[in-house]
Design a protein around this ligand. Structure first.
Ligand SMILES: CC(C)(COP(=O)(O)OP(=O)(O)OC[C@H]1O[C@@H](n2cnc3c(N)ncnc32)[C@H](O)[C@@H]1OP(=O)(O)O)[C@@H](O)C(=O)NCCC(=O)NCCS
Length: 103
């Protein structure tokens, strides 16, 4: 899912896929990328991309994994996600959180 301005310039994008990686068994949509170009943040574009992508996928659970920092997790909590798990994958030195949303 991409957001473009009237001239076709990229404002942001959201991407994901369906797999079992984050759940360990249950098939779920994984929100893998959500990025808005720095000069365009805070105008509702990110929320719009998020909502449009989730509305376009089959109803069911969605998961995402992000750094366990409040700047990221608090926003997703406001957008309807809840913490499902905390992980430190591979050789990472930082904690990550898996969040889940039903839709
Ligand atoms: C995280 C990111 C995708 C959010 O995108 P964004 O376009 O800045 O987000 P939005 O503008 O939709 O939402 C930010 C806030 O602005 C507010 N806002 C400001 N103007 C708004 C408008 N016109 N319409 C709707 N919301 C608006 C929203 O209420 C929202 O508040 P909330 O966090 O309480 O929901 C973006 O900041 C980004 O790309 N960051 C760097 C990459 C990153 O961290 N990605 C996530 C990794 S997990």
């Amino acid at each position: 899912m991409v957001a473009l301005d009237a001239d076709g310039a990229l404002l942001g994008f959201a991407a994901g896929w369906t797999d079992t990686v984050l759940t360990g068994g249950e098939t779920a949509f994984e929100l893998a990328e959500l990025v808005v170009v720095p000069g365009q943040q805070g105008r509702g574009i990110g929320r719009g991309l998020h909502d449009a992508l989730l509305a376009a996928v089959k109803p069911g659970p969605s998961l995402l994994m992000t750094l366990d920092v409040p700047e990221l997790t608090d926003r997703y909590a406001r957008w309807g996600w809840t913490v499902a798990d905390r992980r430190r994958p591979g050789k990472e030195e930082r904690d990550y959180v898996v969040m889940r949303r039903e839709h």
